[in-house]
Ligand binder design. Structure first.
Ligand code: FAD
Length: 484
């Protein structure tokens, strides 16, 4: 189908300004937060309601045109990277909060609503939506569902999948699926869980029912400085081992803390090898008690300094550094590549040592910022894309980090998804059996493979061509192929 025919068919169902095809209009959509990968789509469609989304899907389905859904484009794994022969389907105009039910503690929202906007809208009822990605000021709830996003408070309150009750989803044919519902459990296969984290590969989310929880009466944070990152890693294990579930537990290595401090002035110790932030929330007496238990554990683990926030302003200041860690990387390097892997908490010190060794091997600096409580690492590899070969070296370094995560019993993503970025590492994470099951699920929802093709799930052939093999648990699931 020619571009002119595609634009004419889309303009038959959408207002003229909701179909973009001039190169300068397509440019803002050429990448997501993983800007190393760029691709212009044939056209961008900007529907404003579910009926228009369905109409776009029906047109593309009839003409076998690939469709890539896009929320706010803050994804870090290239999930919303356009297809050159496809339509980029932006959900940004579906941004209404449809209903807030303070008694049931739920809200029904369109997919383009920003994560933070939900909590802002329900604040008058003393409620909030718990998952809080650091990008929450910009990212959309539809994108959060598609990536099963997490955030600082997910250690205590769970990921997106634990905080939603229902979805309306359109399949590639434009048919509506209603999954989940008002009850905690529903019969049949758990399609709500299946859709959450499906990276726009199975359907387009057009409505989300989220759970709301009361805003905690009080929150305080302990900030501890360590002269050895292993001591900080041990402190994380000791806090959890003591039966405490902090509202958030985040770590930064010395490189990250120094980069951030110059930018955010959070009060971090510039000589520290690691900074650990541990938050307690709830009723004031509980928080007081938990803070002092955490303080003792940090001291016993060898912290050189522990400070407890004495006011809300100080709590926010301690967090400001952590929240600004990604932008701070931009101040010390022309480019940075944010990795996202998860490991068992007790392997933290070992993996950080491995990353340090790889940093020396590849001659690239790396700063580590992570959700320590749930073992979710975010090594930020610092590089300069204008230097020939440096991006490729960075990608190889990143791939080695993810493979190391799998080897210690972890996963290649904690919250950013697979997208285009980690598709080859999926071959390390899964064997042919699991990959075939993924393809069967995809075929059940989208037999023509038109939704976000080429992302998230590699073909067995691709795994073979990349010489990749399953490493989880050390089992050789692709016999005959070389090891990484
Ligand atoms: C500075 C920064 C900090 C971040 N911090 C975190 C963090 O703490 N935790 C975290 O989990 N992530 C984080 N992220 C990553 C990112 O913000 C999340 O993955 C977020 O959920 C993406 O939402 P989005 O609306 O931008 O989605 P997009 O980037 O637009 O899309 C992401 C994926 O979702 C699909 N998609 C989008 N909307 C729909 C829909 N309606 N239906 C079906 N599929 C859809 C797309 O096809 C794509 O595959 C961060 C990103 C940045 C830039």
């Amino acid at each position: 189908m020619s571009l002119a025919e595609l634009v004419a068919s889309l303009r038959a169902v959408l207002p003229c300004d909701a179909v973009l095809h001039e190169i300068e209009d397509l440019r803002p959509y050429e990448c997501d937060g993983l800007s190393a990968y760029r691709q212009l789509p044939m056209a961008v469609a900007l529907p404003q309601d579910e009926a228009e989304v369905a109409a776009v899907l029906r047109i593309c389905h009839a003409r076998k045109i690939p469709v890539v859904a896009r929320g706010a484009g803050t994804g870090l794994s290239g999930g919303a990277l356009p297809h050159e022969q496809g339509v980029l389907l932006s959900l940004a105009r579906l941004k209404r909060i449809l209903e807030v039910d303070p008694i049931a503690r739920t809200a029904r929202v369109q997919p383009g609503v920003r994560n933070l906007a939900i909590s802002e809208a329900v604040a008058p009822y003393g409620l909030h939506y718990a998952p809080d990605p650091s990008s929450q000021i910009a990212c959309s709830i539809g994108g959060n569902v598609a990536e099963n996003s997490g955030g600082v408070h997910c250690l205590k309150y769970g990921l997106t999948v634990h905080n939603i009750l229902g979805l309306r989803v359109l399949t590639m044919t434009g048919a509506i699926l209603e999954v989940g519902g008002a009850c905690l459990d529903s019969p049949g296969y758990d399609l709500l869980a299946l859709m959450t984290g499906s990276e726009g590969m199975l359907g387009v989310v057009t409505e989300v029912t989220v759970k709301l929880i009361p805003r905690p009466e009080c929150a305080r944070v302990a900030m501890a400085a360590f002269d050895d990152i292993r001591k900080a890693a041990d402190a994380v294990a000791s806090v959890i081992g003591a039966g405490i579930i902090p509202a958030g537990m985040e770590m930064m290595d010395g490189v990250a803390a120094r980069a951030v401090e110059a930018y955010a002035h959070a009060g971090y110790d510039l000589t520290a090898a690691a900074i650990l932030l541990c938050e307690a929330d709830g009723a004031a007496e509980e928080v007081e008690d938990e803070m002092h238990r955490v303080e003792r554990i940090m001291q016993m683990s060898g912290a050189v300094d522990v400070r407890l926030s004495g006011s809300e302003a100080e709590r926010l200041r301690f967090w400001a550094g952590r929240k600004a860690a990604f932008p701070a990387a931009g101040r010390i390097s022309p480019d940075y590549y944010c990795m996202d892997g998860t490991i068992p908490r007790n392997r933290l010190a070992e993996v950080l040592g491995g990353i340090e060794a790889l940093s020396a091997e590849y001659g690239l600096r790396c700063m580590n910022v992570f959700h320590a409580g749930d073992g979710n690492l975010h090594p930020l590899i610092l590089y300069d894309a204008s230097r020939p070969g440096e991006l490729e070296r960075t990608e190889r370094f990143g791939a080695r980090i993810l493979e190391m995560c799998v080897r210690v019993g972890g996963t290649i993503t904690g919250e950013h998804g697979v997208g285009i970025e980690k598709i080859d590492q999926m071959c390390a994470q899964f064997g042919p059996g699991e990959l075939e099951a993924f393809h069967a699920v995809k075929a059940a929802f989208d037999p023509d493979a038109l939704l976000n093709p080429g992302k998230a799930v590699p073909t067995l052939r691709r795994c073979a061509e990349h010489g990749a093999m399953h490493v989880h648990g050390g089992t050789d699931r692709f016999p005959g192929l070389p090891r990484f």
